[in-house]
Write a protein that binds this ligand. Structure first.
Ligand code: FAD
Length: 455
């Protein structure tokens, strides 16, 4: 006997709980199945802990820079890693309990703890129980990918999950992977006092960004004493007691800890998708259409597991699209979403739309505007002048195609461009806005009035 529900949601990540909220508010019964921690990656091992730790690291960095601002600190700047961790743990616990209270307050929502697996298209098993519904929403997220590197499985490597348990600063952290998660941890741990080496197989850091962006990020990180090795061929690992040695193309690097930050794998391998007939791509992502529907009627996939986004805001937007289409009679589409995200190094990188390289590759005639942070008053006043802002505009339509703001407040200032792009405003319209002085954003219209043809 299966227990019937109007809807089953698998995974309490960023899309599952709000969807449960909308469905139950519409009078439906919902089973929300979670195998581990409510709130998923963002709350427990992703955005929230990392941004809390990044804030502690920035406090240490600014304390060391106190003298630059005429502030007198007596004695060395020290790190109490147990306290740093406790602060992150408290932020996580508070958010997780918030999700619990939210779900408990939804009449008609049954939270079931356990691992869900499809038995058939409309049927899911959790432990001894079988659940059935004509509508099943998969929100199972992803986990750290661990590459097959010689010797890696013989050393106690860390992932974005296990590194959160550290109560002491590593002596020497080796980060495998020069992309978003790896770089945030690299800078944070360096600011906590660790020696840090980042190794990246590709020729440069954050390869999806333009070359000028990745070069500037590299310069910022190297300026803080982080060693960066790109473009290596062979690597292997060996352990001797507590010491770990990584050997890159014959060069030995002794380290105390290794963080694997080489991408994410969707949690779809143990979901019984074959029994439901749900199609995945070669990397395990559930294939969805523009409305987040899988190939099987009555089964949707939301969030990281569909490979169409890798962020909290994209997962939440998946929920918004599905809820609007099912409950509000709308016809919202995934393809209407403008890609936007941030890299939370300090200074951060805010990104929206196409990179310059992507815009060029699209065959459009483009105009590019660029301004270094040294020519932005607010950055000068804050003495945080690293980085630059850049915008790419379609020369024929005057539409803004994309932008990057690597610099202080870059993660916030990018929203001015994102908002204008979202309403289809032209560069000229944005140039005519009157921004607040002094802000980083105030130079966006100026940058747009200095557009030049790209070579
Ligand atoms: C270190 C790090 C930093 C990040 N920083 C940012 C950031 O700053 N900004 C940003 O936007 N994004 C960030 N992300 C990405 C963000 O965390 C994810 O994109 C987001 O959490 C994805 O949410 P989701 O809803 O797809 O799934 P998740 O949040 O991953 O939730 C999936 C849930 O499903 C559960 N589950 C899995 N399989 C089953 C099953 N078979 N049965 C029952 N339950 C199951 C899991 O236990 C989990 O709770 C970061 C990620 C990491 C790792």
């Amino acid at each position: 006997m299966s227990r019937p529900f109007d809807a089953i949601i698998i995974g309490a990540g960023q899309a599952g709980p709000p969807l449960a909220g909308r469905l139950t508010a519409a009078g439906q019964t919902v089973a929300l199945v979670e195998r581990h921690l409510l709130g998923g990656t963002c709350v427990n091992t992703g955005c929230m802990p990392t941004k809390t730790l990044v804030a502690s690291a920035r406090a240490a960095h600014m304390a060391r820079r106190a003298d630059d601002f005429g502030v007198v600190l007596r004695g060395e700047v020290g790190i109490d890693m147990k306290k740093v961790k406790a602060r992150a743990d408290a932020v996580i616990a508070n958010a997780r309990h918030g999700v619990r209270r939210w779900l408990d307050g939804m009449p008609g929502c049954t939270v079931i703890e356990g691992h869900a697996r499809f038995e058939a298209p409309g049927r899911v098993r959790v432990g001894d129980e079988s659940l059935e519904s004509a509508r099943i929403f998969v929100n199972v997220g992803g986990r750290a990918s661990v590459p097959e590197l010689p010797g890696l499985h013989d050393i106690p490597y860390l992932t974005n999950t296990s590194i959160l348990a550290l109560e002491a600063v590593p002596t020497h952290l080796l980060v495998i992977g020069g992309s978003y998660i790896g770089l945030e941890y690299a800078q944070m741990q360096r600011r906590f006092g660790a020696e840090v080496t980042v190794i990246e197989k590709g020729p440069r850091l954050i390869a999806r960004e333009d070359e000028d962006v990745s070069a500037a990020v590299r310069e910022i990180l190297e300026g803080e004493g982080i060693r960066i090795r790109t473009g290596f061929g062979h690597i292997d690992f060996a352990r001797s007691g507590d010491a770990i040695t990584a050997t890159l193309d014959g060069e030995s690097i002794a380290c105390s800890h290794v963080l694997v930050a080489t991408g994410r794998t969707p949690n779809t391998g143990d979901l019984g998708l074959d029994r439901a007939g749900v199609v995945t791509d070669a990397r395990g992502y559930i294939v969805v259409d523009d409305g987040l529907r899988s190939n099987v009627p009555g089964i949707w996939a939301l969030g990281d597991c569909n490979g169409r986004g890798a962020f909290t805001h994209t997962s939440y937007n998946d929920f918004e699209i599905v809820a609007a289409n099912l409950l509000d009679g709308e016809a919202r589409k995934l393809s209407d979403r403008i890609p936007a995200y941030a890299l939370y190094t300090d200074p951060p990188l805010g990104r929206v739309g196409m990179s310059e390289r992507e815009a060029r590759a699209s065959g459009r005639r483009i105009l590019v505007g660029k301004r270094p942070m040294t020519r932005i008053g607010r950055a000068v006043e804050k003495d945080e002048t690293q980085g630059f802002m850049k915008v790419v505009v379609d020369a024929d339509t005057d539409l803004i195609l994309g932008a990057a703001i690597l610099g202080t407040e870059g993660d916030e200032a990018i929203h001015g461009l994102l908002d204008m792009m979202s309403v289809g405003a032209t560069a000229t319209q944005m140039r005519h806005t009157v921004p607040i002085h002094p802000t980083v954003s105030e130079l966006i219209p100026t940058m747009l009035s200095e557009l030049a043809a790209a070579d």
